[in-house]
Design a protein around this ligand. Structure first.
Ligand SMILES: Cc1cc2nc3c(=O)[nH]c(=O)nc-3n(C[C@H](O)[C@H](O)[C@H](O)COP(=O)(O)OP(=O)(O)OC[C@H]3O[C@@H](n4cnc5c(N)ncnc54)[C@H](O)[C@@H]3O)c2cc1C
Length: 584
C-alpha cells in the first residue's frame, strides 16, 4: 500500500515539470509534482522565449501570458547581436536578431498572436509553478526521486523527504520524468540515448554592474567578445548576456573539458568580467559562479510503459538558439492533454504512443541544431584569422589586417560579414521554432502530400493546415469590434472543429460526436454573420480547405485532420477520424 495515491506523479519543477503541472491542473487531473530543492531556479539560465512557448502560456490563460510580458525584456530590446573585442572596445560586426529585423519582424507578427521576449528562468519557473499550484497541483519541495517500479496497472515511486530524511512511496497511473539533464527517471526507465555528454566546459558568472554606457545604444541580450589568447582554447570568446537591463548580467566563459571543472575564485571571476567588459576598474557585484558542460545527446525513445520523460531529461544540448526551456514547455503541451484524455477515459492508452512518435524527432532536431550553431562560429574565427595561429600577437595582427586598403583585406571584410550574417541560423531561426509538423497515429492523413517548404525551413515558418502542422494563426473579428486569433479558438484542453458557411453538416456531426464520445469538441463556424468573421480574407487564404470543408484541431493546436469540402456522410467520416486519433 503506497503512502500517497495520485493519477500522475511529476518529478521536477523546471520549465518542463512546472508546465506539465500547470497544464494537468488546468485539465482537472489529480497529480503531485516534486522537486528535490527547496525552491525553483536560482540562476537565470534559459531566457529566450519564443512565440510557440508564448502560445502555450496564452493557452494557459491571458493572465499567464500577460505576466510573462510584465517580467520580460521586450523583443525590441533583444535584437543587436554584437561581436566585439570587449564591450568598451572595437565592434567587429552585428546581426539583427530574434525577429527584430524588419523583414523578420513582419514574419513574426504574421505567424502568431504572441511576441518573442527575454524571460529569465527565474521568472518563467515561478510563473508556471504558481499557475499550477493555484489551479490545484499538489506540490512538494525538498522531495527527491529515488526509484520507481512499474506494473501493468501503475507505477510505484520511492521519494525521499529531505527534511525528515524519510522515504515514502507514491502510487500513480503515470510517472513523468522532468528531472533535467541528469535525469534519474530516464536512466531508471532505461531510455535509449544517442550522442555524447560533455563536449565542452563552460563557466557561468552571474553579476550586477551598470553597463548602460556600453550597451544602451545597441540593445541586445547577447554580446560576443573575442579576445585572442585570453583562454585555454586560444580564441578567447566569451559571452556577456543581459539578464536584466542593464545592470544584471551573466558571463559565459569556457574551460578545458579534458580537465576537471575549475574552482573559480572571486579574483578570477572579476578578471574575466572586467576583461570582457573592457573596464579594469568596473564596479562589479558578484552573485554566483557555476560550471556546466555542453552536451550533444538526445533520447531516441521518450517513454517506457507508464513512464514519460520530457525536457532536458530527453534533450541535452548547449543554449545556442535558446531552445532548451522552450522545447521543454512544448513537450509538456504535447503530453499533458494526452495523459488527461486517457485518464478521463476519453482516449485509449495507445494515444500516449504518439508522444514518442511526435516529439522524439524534435529532440534530435534541436540537439543537432544547437550543436551545429556552436560549430557555425568557426567561419567567423576563420575569417578573422584566428584559426591560423595560436600566438596571440599573430592572431591580433590577423584580425587587424581587415582594416587595410588591400584586395585581400576587402575579401576578408566580406568573409567576416558573411560569417556573421550566417549566424542567423542560431539567432533568428524562426522556422526551427515554429515549423513542427507531427506524424503519428494521432494525426489522420487526408491523402494530401506534405507541402514542400518554399524557403529555408530552418529560417522561415511556413503556415499550413496539413494534418500534423500547428494551426495557422490568423486574426478574426467580430461584428462588435473584438479581435481573436484562430489559436485562441482552439486549445484549452479540448478538440475544436473549424468550418464555414456550407459546413453545417460538419458542425452537426461534431456536436453529435462530442456527446457520443463524451469529449469536449468545440465548433467554430467562421464567415459572414457568424460570431467570428474573416473580414480580411486571411483565414480563407490560410485554411487550405473550402468554406464547406473542415479542420479538426487537437488540444495542443495541431491539426488532427482536414477535409477539403463537405461530405455527404460527415458524421461517419468524422467519427472514423476521432476514433483513430483518440485510439478508441
Ligand atoms: C547558460 C544557459 C542559458 C540557457 N539559455 C536558454 C534559452 O535562452 N532558452 C531556452 O529555452 N533554454 C535555455 N537554456 C536551457 C534551459 O535552462 C533548460 O533547457 C531547461 O531548464 C530545461 O528544463 P527542464 O525542466 O527539462 O529541466 P531543469 O530546468 O533542469 O529542471 C529539472 C528539475 O528537476 C528537479 N530534479 C532533478 N533531479 C531530481 C530528483 N532526483 N528528484 C526530484 N527533483 C529532481 C530539479 O530540481 C528541477 O526542478 C539555457 C541553459 C543554460 C545553462
Amino acid at each position: 500500500m503506497a503512502d500517497i495515491n495520485t493519477q500522475v506523479l511529476v518529478i521536477g519543477t523546471g520549465p518542463a515539470g512546472s508546465a506539465t503541472a500547470a497544464l494537468l491542473a488546468s485539465y482537472g487531473i489529480d497529480h503531485l509534482v516534486v522537486n528535490r530543492h527547496r525552491w525553483l531556479a536560482n540562476t537565470p539560465r534559459a531566457h529566450i522565449t519564443n512565440q510557440r512557448t508564448m502560445e502555450v502560456l496564452r493557452d494557459l490563460g491571458p493572465e499567464v501570458e500577460a505576466e510573462a510580458y510584465l517580467h520580460a525584456s521586450p523583443q525590441e530590446m533583444m535584437g543587436n547581436n554584437v561581436f566585439c573585442t570587449s564591450l568598451a572596445g572595437e565592434e567587429i560586426g552585428r546581426l539583427q536578431t530574434w525577429g527584430t529585423h524588419p523583414l523578420s519582424k513582419a514574419e513574426h507578427l504574421l505567424s502568431s498572436p504572441t511576441l518573442m521576449n527575454d524571460l529569465p528562468q527565474t521568472f518563467m519557473e515561478p510563473l508556471l509553478f504558481k499557475t499550477a499550484c493555484s489551479r490545484g497541483s499538489q506540490a512538494r519541495m525538498s522531495t527527491q526521486y529515488v526509484s520507481h517500479a512499474q506494473d501493468p496497472q501503475g507505477v510505484t515511486t520511492t521519494l525521499l523527504d529531505r527534511l525528515s530524511g524519510k522515504t515514502f512511496t507514491v502510487r500513480s497511473a503515470y510517472l513523468v520524468g522532468a528531472d533535467g539533464g541528469n535525469s534519474k527517471v530516464a536512466e531508471h526507465a532505461g531510455l535509449p540515448f544517442a550522442g555524447i555528454m560533455g563536449v565542452a566546459g563552460s563557466i557561468n558568472i552571474l553579476f550586477k554592474a551598470d553597463l548602460t554606457r556600453f550597451v544602451a545604444h545597441r540593445p541586445s541580450v547577447l554580446y560576443w567578445v573575442l579576445q585572442p589568447g585570453s583562454n585555454v582554447g586560444g580564441i578567447g570568446m566569451g559571452l556577456v548576456r543581459m539578464v536584466r537591463r542593464w545592470n544584471e548580467w551573466l558571463v559565459v566563459w569556457g574551460y578545458d573539458i579534458t580537465q576537471p571543472a575549475p574552482k573559480v575564485d572571486e579574483a578570477f571571476a572579476l578578471k574575466v568580467v572586467r576583461d570582457l567588459v573592457g573596464d579594469p576598474t568596473l564596479a562589479v557585484e558578484l552573485q554566483s559562479v557555476s560550471t556546466w558542460t555542453v552536451n550533444n545527446r538526445y533520447a531516441t525513445e521518450l517513454s517506457k510503459g507508464r513512464v514519460f520523460c520530457l525536457g532536458d531529461a530527453i534533450h541535452r544540448h548547449p543554449p545556442s538558439n535558446g531552445l532548451g526551456s522552450n522545447t521543454s514547455i512544448q513537450d509538456a503541451f504535447n503530453l499533458a492533454w494526452k495523459l488527461a484524455m486517457v485518464l478521463k477515459g476519453q482516449a485509449g492508452e495507445r494515444l500516449l504512443d504518439s508522444y514518442n512518435a511526435e516529439r522524439a524527432s524534435i529532440a534530435k532536431q534541436i540537439v543537432t541544431r544547437a550543436n551545429q550553431s556552436i560549430e557555425e562560429f568557426g567561419p567567423i574565427f576563420k575569417a578573422l584569422g584566428l584559426l591560423d595561429s595560436v600566438d596571440p600577437v599573430t592572431m591580433q595582427q590577423n584580425m587587424d589586417a581587415r582594416c587595410t586598403a588591400t584586395p585581400e583585406a576587402e575579401l576578408q571584410r566580406e568573409q567576416v560579414r558573411a560569417a556573421i550574417a550566417a549566424k542567423v541560423y542560431e539567432f533568428d531561426a524562426h522556422g526551427v521554432e515554429m515549423n513542427h509538423r507531427y506524424r503519428s497515429a494521432a494525426i489522420a492523413d487526408d491523402g494530401q502530400p506534405e507541402p514542400a517548404f518554399d524557403r529555408d525551413r530552418e529560417l522561415h515558418y511556413q503556415a499550413t493546415t496539413w494534418p500534423g502542422a500547428r494551426l495557422p494563426h490568423v486574426w478574426l473579428h467580430s461584428a462588435d469590434g473584438r479581435k481573436c486569433s484562430t489559436l485562441d479558438l482552439a486549445g484549452k484542453g479540448r478538440f475544436t472543429l473549424f468550418t464555414g458557411i456550407g459546413g453545417e453538416a460538419w458542425a452537426e456531426a461534431a456536436a453529435a460526436l462530442g456527446a457520443e464520445l463524451q469529449i469536449e469538441l468545440a465548433v467554430r463556424v467562421i464567415g459572414p454573420r457568424q460570431t467570428w468573421q474573416d473580414f480580411t480574407g486571411d483565414w480563407a487564404r490560410a485554411r487550405e480547405v473550402r468554406d464547406c470543408g473542415a479542420l479538426l484541431v487537437r488540444p495542443d493546436q495541431h491539426v488532427a485532420w482536414r477535409s477539403t469540402a463537405a461530405d455527404a456522410d460527415a458524421l461517419a467520416r468524422l467519427r472514423r477520424v476521432l476514433v483513430q486519433v483518440l485510439a478508441r
